[in-house]
Design a protein around this ligand. Structure first.
Ligand code: 5GP
Length: 199
């Protein structure tokens, strides 16, 4: 079936199940491609170039910046991070869809970029942004504690950050609550099916 190529931007506070949900979407939709960011930081642990990130030298990143190759970029702790335009344009031109996993600030920059495009641009035509939120702050705290990967101090930082991000959820076209992973996934699939014309 021929479907409309989507440019899907998904954000969520840390601990809301975003990575799991994106992995599930990639399993479900074989025409959905994950956007791999570029970074100048060094790979950590098992991270692989071209899979987790495109790991670039600072010089190469700056070259690409000068060429206006990034749709958006940010500097975090002395390292650059950015999303290249070309892979997204290529994926959409092939009739497939792209999913971008990005924080609220980055999503704001992507939105501004997309707004600046002509109405006929495939990125603008396919653009959809979704904010995944926790059922409540108490539930999010419980999940972060239960996950057991963060110190008490980090959890407090993540929660404060989450509050700031949730305050900007209204900027997104769609908001989906992750109260139950299976139900949230179903809601995302229904949304994607409707928007891409699969129904
Ligand atoms: P990490 O180094 O832990 O993988 O990521 C550090 C931060 O960079 C995270 O907040 C992550 O969301 C952000 N980040 C990763 N890729 C991109 C990107 O392409 N653009 C922007 N603006 N931020 C990114």
């Amino acid at each position: 079936m021929k479907t409309k190529p989507l440019f899907l931007v998904i954000s969520a506070p840390s601990g809301c199940g975003k990575s799991t949900l994106i992995d599930m979407l990639l399993q479900e939709y074989h025409d959905l491609v994950y956007s791999i960011s570029c970074t100048t930081r060094n790979p950590r642990g098992e991270e692989e170039d071209g899979l987790d990130y495109h790991f670039l030298s600072k010089e190469r990143f700056e070259e690409l910046l000068a060429e206006n190759a990034f749709l958006e970029h940010a500097k975090v702790h002395d390292n650059y991070y950015g999303t290249l335009k070309a892979p997204i344009e290529e994926v959409l031109a092939e009739g497939n869809s792209m999913v971008l996993d990005i924080d609220v600030q980055g999503a704001g920059k992507v939105r501004d970029y997309v707004r600046s495009l002509p109405n006929t641009d495939p990125l603008k035509i396919g653009y959809v942004d979704i904010f995944i939120s926790p059922p409540s702050m108490e539930e999010l705290r419980e999940r972060l504690v239960h996950r057991g990967t963060d110190s008490a101090e980090t959890i407090e930082k993540r929660l404060a950050n989450a509050e700031g991000e949730i305050a900007r959820a209204g900027e997104y076209m769609y908001r989906v609550v992750n109260d139950d992973l299976g139900i949230c996934f179903k809601r995302l699939c229904d949304l994607i099916d409707a928007l891409s014309g699969r129904m």
